[in-house]
Design a protein around this ligand. Sequence first.
Ligand code: A2P
Length: 273
Amino acid sequence: MTESVLTLNDGHRMPQLGLGTLHLDGAADVVDQALSIGYRHIDTASLYRNEEAVGRGIRRSSVAREEVFVTSKLHNSDQGYQSTLDAFQTSRALLGLDYLDLYLIHWPAPRLDRFVDSWRALVELRERGWVRSIGVSNFRLQDLDRIITEVGVVPAVNQIELHPSFAQPELQEEHRRLGILTQAWSPLGGRDDLQEGVIAQIADETGRTAAQVIVRWHLDSGRAVFPKSANPGRLRENFAALEFALNDDQVRRIDALDRGNRTGGHPDQVGNP
Ligand code: A2P
């Protein structure tokens, strides 16, 4: 089973299916295990307080560093030009890596109003070669417009909450228009989505599990996706979503489940002073 790979708007390549690491107990072991299963994309953040363990897991594994796509994210409290440059070096040191594949502004924190300066710092980090690709997370349409207008650099990705009952179609459409890759966080949508009747039906039709159907829906829709699990069986189960495909009708039936069911933090609020 080989990873499917996406090309970003800066020409760099990203394995489409990765491992999320928020609230992941024993992150070093899980990362090592995921790499041995075949995962080649690991997503962490300063906010998760596990960069050191994630780095240890990568070093412990037999997979070469160049074969792993590693993302981290700027903590809200480090927003601002110089503080972003400094925070990046802390993350890089904790991970124990020469360079990062992707660095994201974690939340826009609109009332803090420093994300334009933070974005300028990410551009600088990329120019200096510390990070290959730069992007944002949880940015709203107006935040994307601001960084693009004021800095002139389009992010490679916007990582947003996205699952069947919360699909953010307008934002996804704007990403397509701008050439920004949509990355999905909380991709399984918890019980609400894993136990949804339509998902169960499609799991029956395909002979797959509900989680595999949802992961596959992200893959077939062209998004990057990183379900997380500390359970080796589930890590394998989720990775095996690479082995099959949904048909257009099945993708459309899952698209129709969107009902604006946000389950995580709201970008208007998170990180504000
Ligand atoms: P666990 O770590 O016990 O496996 P998301 O990535 O959308 O945030 O979802 C993560 C949650 O979904 C975790 O609670 C994880 O629990 C659970 N999970 C991950 N993979 C599966 C799976 N294949 N089937 C059911 N639940 C899963």
